[in-house]
Write a protein that binds this ligand. Sequence first.
Ligand code: HPA
Length: 275
Amino acid sequence: MDSRIRTYQVAADYIRQQTGGYAPLVGIVLGSGLGRLAESIEQPVVIPYRDIPGFPVSTAVGHKGNFIIGRLGGKTVIAMQGRFHYYEGYPMDLVTIGIRTMAVLGVKFLFVSNAAGAANPDYRVGDLVIIRDHISMFPNPLIGPNLDEMGPRFPDMTCAYDLDLQALALRCAEEMGFEPRKGVYFGSTGPTYETPAEVRFYRTIGADLLGMSTIPEVIVARHCGIRVFGMSVVTNCANFDNQPKNLNDGEDVVKQADAAATRMTALFAQMITSL
Ligand code: HPA
């Protein structure tokens, strides 16, 4: 057996021991400043990543490093409060370790969130955007020997973001009285933000949102058959020209995301209730 499978099994066993055998249906990844969703999880069991065999420790601004397992919308969920970014220097197997551990635990749905910059000039800070597709500048996390136990060598990515879950999000948002946008997430490694020339290029090829996460997790989730819903909170509008204004900084990104977190939390909870 590939030693990675053993790593995921040991991690999943540890989590099962801590939770008395909770079997989560839904996994949630909470992006920068979006960790508050964790407060809505009832009967929570908090498991710091550092206690889990094989797990690294997350270091990014605004990110905690815990799994939170409990009940949300009448379902058992497992949330990652803090994720592992490629720009932190982790290899892809560690960037995606949380997702594969969730798969071993039996998770069938993954809700991923992130803070993103807007390359679409119609977007405003605080907008919630349903991710309908992505463009990846990351090395593919599935490069290397295929984990046949988890999924196929050449996974299809036509509907990486589940169409039924997107429709459900629109219905739930309508009931809640708002209309999310739909957009294409463009992911690059960071840690630098894009130059204005890059922003113009990425916009030209179809980017609505710019970010430094999410895609490796989505690819790995799809590889093992987990259905994915993705949502971005727009925390800044990308700069299209070299004017020294509106410069992006990490603290501001965290603050803006916080303001939209409440609405996104309610939407996720509503969607999970309806699964
Ligand atoms: N670019 C890349 N990643 C980001 C941005 C951005 O403008 N804002 C938040 N994360």
